[in-house]
Design a protein around this ligand. Structure first.
Ligand SMILES: Cc1cc2nc3c(=O)[nH]c(=O)nc-3n(C[C@H](O)[C@H](O)[C@H](O)COP(=O)(O)OP(=O)(O)OC[C@H]3O[C@@H](n4cnc5c(N)ncnc54)[C@H](O)[C@@H]3O)c2cc1C
Length: 381
């Protein structure tokens, strides 16, 4: 049963930040029989961090590197388990397209990822993509990799599902409570919030773009970055439904972007990966999209998906945290005995959330993880 807050409560583990990663960590830790408290400064879920906007791409194709494939395979299994456990629909399979024009390496990297990892795929010309998925209008000189297992996750619902499952395992989650400070003691950690003080044996930091405020040693390594998500009303809505339109990554030499079929918000959703802007202070980020940004987004859609380029429905900003090499930052924090971190998910972390929760729980439980995360180790920084 959840406890009612009093002062100086003792937990086995406290997880700071109950967004994408923290919700999964809270669940996996509680599932191992640990007494867990998750603390979130905003609501659960909310729209101020990295994990809002209804959809996130999940795909087996990982041009980011072969080491991501076993992780994403495990993530698929864990998402399925979570759906079964909570009865919530989280994953929507649409297939994925990676398409690129001459002079880009999108297709080559996607093909290599499939071949190195025995992932089934179809290689298509731009015209055959347009025939198969009429919402696309790619130039014929484009090539594409289609992979049938790609799709999207309902990101807010994933957070709710992890928290619901964590509750069922006895975890407690406090929304609207901000961690102000923490310190390590001989017995574990002391955590001060804007409401009270807690003690715990172990601390897990999953504070996304605010990680550096809580962990000085990552101040130079984790960079908060602003991104924009756009939804437009398609001229032909029927071409952009999840049964007819796959998630995509499409780029030419000038610009790149990604997107989704219509889901939840009534519009075709996409983002330009070329538009990321470094942010000095996450709390000071300008959350209002500029007219010039809207124009750039419309230009991208007109070029590759003209039937989707109707009126603007919604523009929303999002903040995410980048590591220097865009790999993740995971592990036991050097110079501390009781602190684990998961950060720097560099714009492509959500699909892995389920497995990152398991990895962070491994670190707390055993000091190491069974997954191969050597490329993501905090020690490399
Ligand atoms: C526009 C956009 C598109 C993306 N597209 C994709 C995609 O298609 N596929 C994909 O896999 N990934 C994608 N990503 C990346 C992915 O969404 C992120 O990697 C992931 O959401 C990161 O989760 P997180 O838990 O690290 O951060 P968050 O979800 O932001 O969680 C951090 C939490 O910590 C809380 N917090 C911070 N400080 C404190 C404190 N002091 N006290 C208490 N709580 C605190 C915050 O409020 C927040 O809730 C995208 C990201 C963005 C922004």
């Amino acid at each position: 049963m959840a406890r009612t807050p009093t002062s100086d409560q003792q937990y086995d583990v406290i997880v700071v930040g109950v967004g994408g990663m923290g919700s999964a960590a809270t669940y996996h830790l509680a599932q191992r029989g640990l007494d867990v408290l998750g603390i979130e400064r905003y609501d659960v879920p909310h729209t101020m961090g990295s994990s809002h906007g209804s959809t996130r791409i999940i795909r087996k194709v990982q041009p980011e590197g072969p080491e991501y494939v076993p992780l994403v395979e495990r993530a698929y299994d864990l998402w399925e388990n979570l759906e079964a456990r909570t009865g919530r629909d989280l994953f929507h399979r649409t297939g994925s397209i990676h398409a690129g024009g001459p002079g880009t390496d999108v297709v080559e990297d996607a093909r290599l990822s499939c071949e190195e990892n025995d992932i089934e795929y179809d290689e298509l010309s731009g015209l055959s993509v347009n025939e198969r998925f009429p919402g696309f209008e790619l130039p014929d000189e484009f090539r594409a990799i289609y992979q049938k297992d790609g799709g999207f996750l309902d990101c807010e619902r994933c957070i709710s599902a992890h928290v619901e499952a964590a509750h069922a395992e006895g975890a407690t989650v406090h929304g609207r409570e901000q961690v102000i400070d923490w310190s390590e003691t001989e017995k574990g950690v002391t955590i001060q919030t804007d409401k009270r003080r807690y003690v715990a044996d172990e601390l897990v930091l999953t504070a996304g773009s605010w990680t550096t405020e809580l962990l000085d040693s990552l101040a130079e390594e984790i960079v908060p970055v602003r991104a924009l998500m756009a939804w437009l009303q398609p001229e032909k809505q029927e071409l952009f439904t999840p049964d007819r339109f796959p998630v995509f990554v499409v780029r030419d030499q000038e610009e790149g972007g990604y997107g989704f079929p219509i889901y939840d918000v009534p519009g075709f959703k996409f983002g330009r990966s070329s538009d990321l802007r470094k942010v000095t202070d996450p709390d000071e980020m300008n959350r209002e999209p500029a007219v010039a940004e809207e124009e750039l987004h419309r230009r991208y859609v007109k070029k590759f998906f003209p039937e989707a380029a109707g009126p603007t429905i919604s523009l929303r900003t999002c903040i995410q945290s980048y590591s220097p090499d865009t790999d993740f930052v995971l592990g036991r924090v050097p110079d501390y005995d009781s602190v684990t971190v998961g950060a720097g998910f560099s714009g492509h972390g959500f699909k892995f959330t389920s497995v990152i929760g398991e990895i962070l729980a491994d670190y707390v439980d055993d000091g190491e993880t069974v997954h191969d995360v050597s490329e993501h180790s905090i020690d490399r920084l």
